[in-house]
Design a protein around this ligand. Structure first.
Ligand SMILES: *Cc1c(COP(=O)(O)O)cnc(C)c1O
Length: 348
């Protein structure tokens, strides 16, 4: 239906379907503006680029970011000639340790980027206070947390701006690449929109050296239709997570803290015998993944960056012990029980 409408309109970019999805997604997240872009990496990159165009940041300025994140959070920073400053996560919440942020601030710090990793909220009141008192932008990487709540608000509306990914495997996924920026800042929204449109607000007038980063009309129409099912899909993910949390009891496997507001994009468990556990589950027909086996500071692409010499023991330990269990709204209770039973019987 949604697809037919786009095909009949003959309009494939920057049309009615995009406008409609942007409006509905902004309403869902609870921000004044939403700008559709080509993917989640672009969303984060264009937020930082827009802050540079607005004079908020300059080459070499620092952005604080959790050391345990997907590489895209960091690529958005380095792509803008900004410097990532890694902060370790808390071993229990798995999110950036808010007690360590203040000591990472220098005169060049301009922003804190929090990542709602695994679908769990990384925001705390302390982080909000630190950003306010130091005059820092608070950027949310909300690629994994569509629908996640913090008190009465949604993640994606807690800071100055947020980047969202609609990669097919995310909680709200397109049938291809797509992403969005949400913000209450009208200037930021306008600059991001122009940057994604060859740097142009007005056709053939170019204010910035922009790029092409747009959401397809087809993807926008699909996302708009799927948005209506997001909360029920998240609810089902939560039910599965609660089963795992309540029932897995094996000293070799650490289960994450229960969390009412998480949307469980990923259900991570941790084990010193991670690789053996993965092999054992695979032999029994259960596929698992590792998010993520190599932290950004140890990646080859950053081998020559100053950050590569630092040690981040908590992050490194998590990368060696993490295993993502199957957790998808389409799983049946029987399937979940089979995984639980296998985990109970794992003996290293
Ligand atoms: C998926 C993801 C991104 C990047 O999104 P793409 O749409 O794949 O570019 C950024 N950050 C995190 C935490 C992600 O999981």
């Amino acid at each position: 239906m949604a697809i037919d409408e786009v095909l009949r309109s003959g309009w494939y970019l920057r049309g009615e379907a995009t406008r409609r999805f942007e409006q509905h997604y902004a309403e869902y997240i609870g921000t004044k503006y939403c700008v559709g872009v080509a993917n989640g990496l672009d969303a984060l990159t264009l937020i930082l680029r827009a802050y540079k165009e607005m004079g908020v940041m300059r080459d070499g300025d620092e952005v604080i970011v959790p050391a345990n994140t997907f590489i895209a959070s960091v690529l958005a920073i380095t792509d803008n000639n900004l410097t990532p400053v890694f902060v370790e996560p808390d071993i229990n919440t798995l999110q950036i340790d808010d007690k360590l942020i203040e000591q990472a601030i220098t005169p060049r710090t301009r922003a804190v980027m929090i990542v709602h990793l695994y679908g769990r909220c990384a925001y705390t009141d302390r982080i909000g206070d630190i950003c306010r008192s130091h005059g820092l932008k608070l950027i949310e990487d909300n690629a994994q947390a569509h629908g996640c709540r913090y008190e009465e608000k949604n993640t994606g509306s807690l800071g100055s701006a947020a980047g969202h990914s609609f990669y097919p495997g995310k909680n709200l996924g397109a049938l291809g690449d797509a992403g969005a920026v949400t913000t209450d800042d009208s200037e930021l929204a306008e600059v991001v929109r122009a940057l994604g449109n060859y740097g142009s607000h007005t056709k053939y007038v170019h204010d910035y050296m922009g790029r092409n980063s747009r959401i397809d009309e087809l993807q926008a129409a699909i996302l708009d239709a799927k948005l209506g099912f997001l909360d029920s899909a998240n609810k089902r993910r939560k039910e599965i997570a609660v089963r795992y949390i309540n029932k897995v009891d094996n000293p070799l496997i650490r289960i994450p803290q229960s969390d009412r507001d998480s949307v469980w994009h990923i259900f991570p468990v941790f084990s010193e015998r991670r690789d053996a556990l993965q092999t054992y589950l695979r032999k029994q027909g259960v596929e698992t993944q590792i998010h993520y086996p190599i932290p950004p500071h140890q990646q080859h692409c950053y081998a020559n960056a100053p950050l590569s010499s630092h040690r981040f023991p908590v992050t490194e330990r998590l990368s060696q012990e993490e295993l993502s269990l199957p957790c998808h709204q389409a799983m049946s209770n029987e399937e979940v029980e089979i995984v639980i039973c296998l985990l109970q019987n794992f003996n290293g």
